[in-house]
Design a protein around this ligand. Structure first.
Ligand SMILES: C[S@@+](CC[C@H](N)C(=O)[O-])C[C@H]1O[C@@H](n2cnc3c(N)ncnc32)[C@H](O)[C@@H]1O
Length: 247
């Protein structure tokens, strides 16, 4: 008799692992065209501040090699490309072709020419120790095997290389009631109104609740091979930036 498929969560639902990957792809296929507009509306532009902060912490230098994982429409890719200069390299990478195309078109419109790489972060098609910096912004939450993805990011980083994980996290307790009301009432309606897809934005709210909190994620990053991990809470924990140093 064959084994039943391993199950995992997709938002608050339990689904077979392969089904999760398919449904995550469906979410980003559906929202790709309106992704940037929705980001600005949902966060009132704050996602730009969080990303600017992550870029400042990354301290990317001229000539660095940078991998932007789950890069989507490429906000971090663009900022890093401007810092590494002509001698450096930034890879714009995502598992989803629709998101990667949106990102590539936006980067080209902004005069940024970098390679785009269609790749699953859980099995990166890159050699060991080839990157100075790896970033993943608002992407880790969607991955089925976060430990595998973090181990892959560690593998491709040079010793002393830096990992930046920018992700929704656990809000401070006093903010929780308001944040929950916003997430489960406003977000899906906004998604329906602007992107014609309330379900994808309900998934966003649910997936944030299922994501490891700051301390748990810090332990996971350490377990993946990072000797030192700093955690920066942003907006009262709505978002956290984890900075890991590869040892
Ligand atoms: C919320 S978007 C973030 C895009 C961009 N980094 C940003 O901050 O605006 C999440 C991205 O993660 C990508 N993603 C989900 N699972 C992935 C995986 N296993 N490997 C690589 N990318 C993945 C999705 O395709 C999507 O483009």
């Amino acid at each position: 008799m064959s084994e039943p498929p391993t199950r995992t969560h997709f938002g608050f639902e339990q689904v077979p692992e392969a089904e999760k990957a398919r449904r995550v792809r469906g979410v980003f296929d559906a929202v790709a065209g309106k992704y940037d507009l929705m980001n600005d509306l949902m966060s009132l532009g704050l996602h730009r501040v969080w990303k600017t902060y992550a870029v400042a912490v990354a301290q990317v230098r001229e000539g660095d090699h940078v991998l932007d994982v789950a890069a989507g429409t490429g906000d971090l890719t663009r900022a890093f490309a401007r810092r590494v200069g002509a001698k450096g390299l930034v890879l714009h990478s995502d598992i989803n072709e629709a998101m990667l195309r949106q990102g590539r078109d936006r980067l080209l419109d902004d005069g940024v020419v970098v390679p785009s790489l269609l790749a699953d972060a859980q099995a990166l098609p890159l050699p060991d120790a080839c990157m100075d910096v790896v970033s993943v912004a608002f992407g880790l939450r969607n991955m089925t095997h976060k430990d595998r993805a973090l181990a892959e990011m560690a593998r491709v980083l040079k010793p002393g290389g830096r990992l930046l994980v920018l992700e929704f996290s656990r809000v401070a307790a006093p903010l929780a009631p308001l944040y929950d009301w916003y997430s489960f009432n406003v977000l899906p309606r906004l998604g329906q109104w602007i992107a014609g897809d309330g379900a994808s934005y309900r998934y966003l709210a649910e997936s944030i609740r299922m994501h490891p909190d700051q301390a748990t994620l810090k332990d996971m990053i350490k377990a993946a091979g990072f000797g030192h991990v700093d955690v920066h809470d942003l907006a009262g924990g709505v978002v956290a930036l984890h900075l890991g140093i590869r040892c």
